[in-house]
Ligand binder design. Structure first.
Ligand SMILES: Nc1nc2c(ncn2[C@@H]2O[C@H](COP(=O)(O)OP(=O)(O)OP(=O)(O)O)[C@@H](O)[C@H]2O)c(=O)[nH]1
Ligand SMILES: [Zn+2]
Length: 355
């Protein structure tokens, strides 16, 4: 396969990094250059897969000229993360014919950004997926045993990303999901139960219809089983990765986009091995605990909500048994996350989510 050399008369090539400044809002971190070439003939694509500096983009999605276009990125974007789910402007050969190579010259403003850090000690964020609408959190009723604090972490990540969480509990043939799920009753959290001999395909398809959903889950929870039930031709769909790598596997790719037949996307994250929250603003942790956030809002200013916090509404109400059946556990989970993320010595990363 021949990659096109950079365009010598491309005005972009003359730009250097000093012309690019980061925007202060981290949720919209698209770099801006002061002078931007118009690239009027650019076409818009959705980044479907990223692999070693090559981007597979879907152009004219669902239109008459829909095509997969392999792209590189313009030089001035070399320090910007371009991730699965990004909407990008493409120039160069965007025909999608074999051997062609387009070039990404712009990243559109992102609606949402799912991020992680390597672990809780690491404030450096890595973007996993852009523009997702939903986070599909997969946990098993048993084997492996569900851990409420892992779910809390996923919920913090979803809140931080600005995307809606959706909890799917698999393997309900092995254990009753009700006791575990009861802990999350106080949250505005949609919950679906599943078992592989009767997967809730219709219910989930309706929730996923026309939306972009990122699936996350600890290894062995049955995420692949579920995704395969939703996208029966998933095997074929992952073939798009092979088109980029030219190899028969996608080990280096951390995300895979799968298309739902009725419209919508599932983005699987098999390569995401950890889900550190080191980049998350501790103030956002309480906000992700929807059942506790309102009460915590009437705490004294600067309240840490930790067991020794003076006049903490949450601590006092929990002690008085006023936070409901699972109030103490919920507060404990909140406090553990706050402790891990706020105190440098507590940032051991031991609680890091490793799907
Ligand atoms: N009993 C039972 N077993 C299930 C169910 N769903 C999946 N399994 C089994 O659980 C095991 C793990 O399922 P996978 O779908 O591979 O799990 P995964 O989450 O994709 O795991 P990784 O591939 O490691 O990421 C397999 O042996 C499945 O057959 C279920 O609802 N009930
Ligand atoms: Zn408090």
């Amino acid at each position: 396969m021949s990659w096109l050399p950079p365009d010598d008369d491309d005005p972009y090539e003359q730009y250097d990094e000093s012309l690019i400044r980061a925007r202060p809002n981290p949720k919209a971190n698209r770099p801006r250059s002061k002078q931007r070439p118009a690239h009027e003939n650019a076409v818009v694509g959705r980044v479907v897969t990223v692999d070693r500096g090559r981007y597979l983009c879907l152009v004219d999605e669902s239109g008459p000229d829909e095509r997969e276009v392999i792209s590189t990125r313009a030089r001035e974007l070399r320090t910007s993360a371009i991730v699965t789910g990004d909407q990008v402007d493409l120039v160069g050969d965007a025909s999608g014919v074999e051997g062609s190579l387009a070039r990404i010259v712009r990243i559109h403003e992102r609606r949402t950004l799912l991020r992680r850090s390597a672990d809780d000690t690491d404030a450096v964020e890595r973007i996993i997926v852009a523009n997702a609408d939903q986070l599909l959190i997969v946990v098993a009723a048993a084997n492996p045993e569900p851990r409420p604090r892992l779910v809390d972490r996923y919920l913090v990540a979803a809140f931080d990303a600005g995307i809606e969480p959706l909890l799917v509990m698999t393997k309900t043939d092995l254990a009753d999901p009700a006791p575990f799920l009861a802990q999350f009753r106080g949250l505005e959290l949609r919950v679906v139960t599943s078992r592989s001999d009767a997967p809730p395909v219709d219910e989930l398809r309706a929730m996923l219809h026309d939306r972009t959903t990122v699936a996350v889950g600890h290894s062995g929870v049955g995420k692949s089983t579920l995704v395969n039930a939703l996208v029966p031709d998933a095997r074929r769909a992952t073939g798009v990765v092979n088109a980029v790598t030219g190899r028969g596997r996608h080990t280096s790719s951390s995300t895979v986009s799968l298309r739902l037949s009725g419209g919508g996307w599932i983005i699987d994250t098999p390569g995401v091995r950890s889900f550190g929250l080191g980049h998350v603003d501790p103030d956002n942790i309480l906000r992700s605990f929807g059942d506790l956030a309102e009460i915590g809002a009437s705490c004294p200013r600067g309240c840490t909500h930790l067991p020794d916090a003076p006049d903490c509404e949450l601590v006092e109400r929990a002690a008085a048994g006023e936070l409901g059946e699972f109030g103490a556990e919920r507060l404990d989970s909140l406090q553990r996350l706050l402790t891990t993320l706020m105190t440098p010595s507590g940032r051991t990363g031991a609680d890091t989510l490793r799907p």
